[in-house]
Design a binder for this molecule. Structure first.
Ligand code: CDP
Ligand code: MG
Length: 769
């Protein structure tokens, strides 16, 4: 991808030719793409030249060539956009017409399914209607008013924060007062908050404190069609609780698909359907499969930008932050080179971890004469609606967690999205007027390779975190929990086994004391275990730093194209102090140096590290530290990181405390991640998971990638499946003691021997270099 990046640059000094020179000559087969050519005339205007008048995109172009018509349309639209006050916008939404009916229905029924097309106002308006109808007011016997909250769940962090911001603005409140949000590691709500946007996972955690949801008058489970694990579990719990808490209203809100299923689940409850409005969307397929959908996306963006008049923004569906950042960079580069030869292109990324201060960009109206390109994950499929989108580019992929119950291994995989998703994506182009959707795959592939519906997350994930939570809620009979779709017994049992191996559950299937503490952390049980062991092993400070770094490690380093070597060198320098113990120690070193440099922005810049990411990590670390305190896990004076750190140029052989620190940190990490122990195979490049026998490889981003000699035994944090199963974030296991106390019960004798051998031959190597 990188080595080919230059090929996708579209510029040849003043004369521009649109991509026919992709790596794969068939790579861009949008209707008639082989006929596209853009040339700059003397006055630097772009002319569109084509050789086949019948092409649909070209037809469209000539249609809107009527410039006068176009000009008036532009002006009208601008004026309208300006005049539209918030009040007007609210009134224009499809749900508005049904406001009173909605309020009546909610008063009448305890549980209601609410269906409306994306953008119809479900997420922003429903809570306001309930609030206005006085649902938050709770009259006690003595006639004093107390207040109860309305919760609206969102599967994604970005959706929760951006919608809360919007609704606070609509209602004229300061965010965090009457309207707020709560997401993991970030809480903008207060005593005053009555309308609270919350991730489904965080609302689930509230059951631990308020098992009957007594502080809420209504709970809206939004985006229920997304079928995240947390949403599914919430539905199961609420089904139970409404029988006890008769005052609680429950609304399940979903974008059209499968509403009947929700209704049936709750015992045939009524469905409130708000008719949507949609303009027609023309759908284009490629003639041949794309070998590289990122290239194809970039090309298509420029084709649209150069061939179609503004206004009309573009929305591209990508699978994750890395892809979005890659495309963002190419677009910026290309635009910089083209300068004022093209109309301005405003690039607006949106993905789950995007910091709130950067989110506003996607909603800002596009200035006249320019075009916005929104680079989004499938968050823009239904959770977030961006006005003004006319063109959708759909490469047809999505990143999903996949859990293999036979091996017990979970990995992140880019897979074809479902037909239902593809339809939703296309629909985004038809909100403001007729639109176009470019599918970067063939029609055949749509019909034959895309599954009809997405698989609910609960059927393809490791459920140990959720089960731990259910256990701590006192729900022991997991196999008989009311699931909307029941995970296979295999999957449930594998997850239970892991909890048992971690010591969170005893043989009778009951929560242990350790398990109870683990459930207090909003982390995967494996990570919670690491924190607890870190405390026992007197290295909580280091472990807190490492665990916090791991939550955001994907976006820590950046590599500018014109300075790759320096960036690589800077990254390697972080390995000096802890001499190749692995990525965890590299992260620890990054953290420590940043702290020593007073959280400096300049330091980050000098070292090619994203300052924003470190700031987020700092926040996560503070919150985890607070949670540790609450659970009586404390950072010991003696383990203060800067005391134990050792100058890198010393001879480390005599420094016992330094070695002990390293050992303890490794033991702590291994105490949670021992199921991921892998050993080098004879091939010398691949590894094999000791328990599950699967072949895995070190991720190219790891500090241990292509290390010579290769590490014999290691533990990884996660698997990412691309061309191979790659292990991301890898720790070197070079001492038997690391796996002894907390993990040896997990392995059979053969595996234990392998562990011992790996470490003893390591020692031999040392003596005999
Ligand atoms: O939930 P649903 O998809 O039905 O719609 P919504 O999210 O409530 O959005 C209603 C309207 O508010 C749309 O026109 C959005 O574009 C707009 N909106 C906005 O302008 N800014 C936001 N941060 C969120 C929504
Ligand atoms: Mg919504």
């Amino acid at each position: 991808w990188e080595s080919n990046q230059r090929k996708s640059m579209l510029v040849t000094s003043g004369n521009m030719k649109l991509e026919e020179n992709f790596e794969d000559p068939t790579s861009l087969n949008l209707p008639g793409s082989e006929n596209y050519e853009f040339v700059f005339d003397d006055s630097q205007n772009i002319n569109f030249v084509n050789s086949d008048e019948k092409l649909s995109i070209v037809d469209e172009l000539s249609e809107i060539r009527d410039e006068k018509h176009e000009e008036t349309r532009l002006k009208d639209e601008e004026r309208r956009a300006k005049k539209k006050s918030i009040e007007e916008t609210k009134k224009s939404l499809p749900v508005y017409k049904y406001k009173q009916d909605i309020i009546d229905a909610i008063k009448k029924y305890q549980i209601l399914i609410f269906v409306g097309e994306t953008g119809s106002g479900k997420t922003t308006q429903l809570p306001q209607y309930l609030y206005e109808a006085g649902l938050c007011n709770n009259f006690d016997n003595d006639d004093t008013t107390t207040y109860k909250k309305i919760a609206i769940t969102q599967p994604r962090r970005v959706a929760a924060t951006s919608v809360a911001t919007r609704v606070a603005e609509e209602m004229g409140f300061k965010l965090g007062n009457e309207v707020g949000y709560t997401i993991r590691f970030d809480d903008k709500s207060s005593e005053k908050t009555l309308i609270k946007y919350v991730t489904d996972g965080m609302l689930l955690r509230e059951f631990l404190i308020d098992p009957e949801m007594k502080s809420y008058s209504a709970i809206i489970i939004d985006e229920a069609h997304e079928r995240t694990i947390s949403t599914d579990i919430l539905l199961g719990l609420l089904k139970d609780i409404v029988k006890i808490n008769k005052d609680l209203k429950v609304i399940i809100s979903s974008a059209t698909v499968n509403s009947k299923k929700f209704s049936d689940f709750f015992g045939n409850v009524p469905i409130f359907n708000v008719p949507g409005r949609r303009y027609p969307v023309d759908i284009f397929y490629t003639e041949q499969p794309e070998s590289n959908y990122l290239f194809a996306s970039v090309t298509t963006i420029f084709q649209i930008h150069l061939s179609q008049d503004t206004p009309g923004d573009i929305l591209v569906f990508l699978t994750g932050q890395e892809e979005i950042e890659a495309i963002e960079e190419i677009l910026k580069d290309t635009c910089a080179k083209l300068g004022n030869k093209i109309k301005p292109l405003i690039i607006a990324p949106i993905y789950s971890n995007l910091p709130i201060e950067l989110q506003t960009k996607i909603f800002e109206p596009t200035p006249q004469g320019s075009r916005k390109v929104v680079l989004a994950t499938n968050i823009a499929e239904t959770s977030i609606t961006i006005d003004g989108i006319k063109y959708v580019i759909d490469p047809g992929f999505v990143k999903e967690k996949v859990f293999n119950p036979t091996t017990g291994m979970e990995s992140l995989v880019v897979v074809p999205c479902s037909q239902a998703s593809a339809q939703q994506r296309a629909g985004r182009a038809g909100r403001v007027g007729p639109g176009k959707c470019f599918r970067l795959y063939t029609k055949w592939s749509f019909k034959n390779e895309l599954p009809k519906q997405p698989t609910p997350e609960i059927l393809r994930s490791n459920l140990s975190g959720i089960i731990l939570m259910l256990l701590s809620l006192g729900i022991y009979d997991i196999l008989n929990f009311e699931f909307l779709d029941k995970p296979s017994n295999d999957l449930l049992i594998k997850s239970l086994e892991l909890l048992y191996a971690l010591g969170a559950m005893n043989e009778a299937g009951e929560l242990t004391k350790l398990g109870k503490v683990m459930s207090e952390f909003p982390l995967d049980p494996m990570f919670s275990k690491v924190l607890i062991t870190g405390n026992r092993k007197n290295c909580l400070s280091e472990i807190l730093s490492i665990v916090s770094m791991l939550t955001e490690s994907g976006s820590l380093f950046y590599v500018p194209k014109n300075n790759k070597e320096m960036a690589q060198k800077a990254k390697e320098n972080f390995n000096n102090r802890y001499k190749d113990h692995g990525d965890h120690f590299m992260y620890l070193e990054v953290w420590n140096q940043w702290v020593d440099n007073g959280y400096s922005y300049q330091w980050c810049k000098d070292n090619f590290i994203q300052h924003k990411t470190l700031n987020r990590i700092r926040n996560v670390r503070n919150q985890l530290e607070r949670l540790c305190g609450k659970n009586e896990l404390f950072i010991q004076e003696s383990s203060n990181s800067s005391l134990n750190r050792k100058p890198s140029d010393d001879d480390d052989d005599n420094d016992d405390s330094f070695k002990k620190l390293i050992l303890n940190v490794k033991i702590s990490i291994a105490s949670g991640f021992f199921p991921n122990t892998s050993k080098l195979t004879k091939s010398g490049t691949s590894y094999r998971n000791l328990k599950k026998q699967q072949e895995v490889f070190i991720h190219p981003s790891s500090s241990l990638f292509k290390k010579k000699p290769p590490v014999k035994l290691l533990i990884y944090n996660e698997l990412v499946l691309t061309t191979k199963e790659y292990m991301r974030n890898v720790l070197v296991i070079d001492d038997e003691r690391i796996l002894k106390d907390y993990a040896s019960h997990y392995f059979n004798e053969e595996a234990l021997n392998e562990i011992e051998n790996a470490n003893s031959s390591k020692r031999n190597n040392k003596m005999n270099p």
